[in-house]
Design a protein around this ligand. Structure first.
Ligand SMILES: *Cc1c(COP(=O)(O)O)cnc(C)c1O
Length: 242
């Protein structure tokens, strides 16, 4: 299927800029991550040709199969749940690992980052809605975990990420995003330094997320159109099991 990626991107860019304007933020303070799970390397290349450089995948196996057929200048974010037995691959494949949901996973990533002689940028995932179906730290546990993870020398904590509970109404996400901004502030106070990233907002709610302080929106379907593979696992934008 031929998609008009230039038009999709322009529409998203216009909406991002308008959301920034509404709250007096600068456009450059919001990074657009193209979520390419379920999309082909050809589609990724087409969006890369439009100037997008950062892409997000939620499964290590799928990313491994695709990244080598994509332009080499692209940067890859792991945005899904990471199993400890995939940490080595994740350290090799991804520039940024969002979705670190506990100290044990951070320690496993640290081990591989050290062995492979790299430093990894990570985000701590927060289950802001307290949903049983989602991964992530409870908001009340974030500061304590951050203080421990911050001591790991091969990981750089760049901030927090979250997926708001699903609702067809983007306004439903606002309170959760506002809560995340508070948690980020508490983290910054605890470590005495600013955290550059608050990764929140997807196709359905990215404008509200920007209004509430998101620095990184993760957008899949609004950019690429519907996902093609593997359908059954990709109908819901939660952290699927792989
Ligand atoms: C799939 C996914 C997205 C993108 O979802 P869309 O609704 O297609 O924009 C964003 N974040 C995560 C963690 C996802 O798994």
């Amino acid at each position: 299927m031929l998609m008009n990626y230039a038009a999709n991107l322009l529409a998203i860019e216009t909406r991002i800029a308008a959301a920034c304007d509404r709250v007096g933020r600068q456009r450059k303070g919001v990074q657009l991550l193209a979520v390419s799970k379920g999309q082909s390397p050809q589609s990724i290349r087409a969006l890369a040709d439009e100037g997008l450089l950062a892409f997000g995948e939620n499964k290590v196996q799928e990313a491994k199969a695709k990244i080598s057929s994509c332009p080499s200048q692209l940067r890859w974010h792991m945005i899904g749940h990471l199993q400890s037995n995939k940490c080595r691959d994740a350290v090799v494949l991804f520039d940024f690992i969002q979705g670190v949901d506990g100290l044990a996973l951070a320690q496993e990533l640290e081990k591989w980052a050290q062995k492979l002689g790299r430093t990894k940028k990570i985000l701590l995932e927060v289950n802001v809605g307290g949903e049983g179906s989602k991964y992530g730290l409870a908001p009340t546990d974030v500061v304590q975990t951050l203080l421990r993870v911050n001591d790991l020398p091969h990981l750089e904590v760049h901030g927090l990420m979250t997926i708001a509970p699903y609702s067809p109404d983007p306004e439903h996400s606002r309170g959760f995003f506002r809560k995340m901004a508070e948690v980020k502030l508490a983290c910054e106070n605890a470590i005495g330094a600013p955290l550059p990233h608050l990764s929140m907002g997807m196709s359905g709610d990215f404008e509200v997320a920007i209004e509430e302080g998101s620095t990184l929106v993760r957008i899949g379907t609004a950019l690429f159109g519907a996902r093609t593979t593997p359908k059954t696992l990709m109908e819901h934008p939660s952290n699927e099991i792989d």
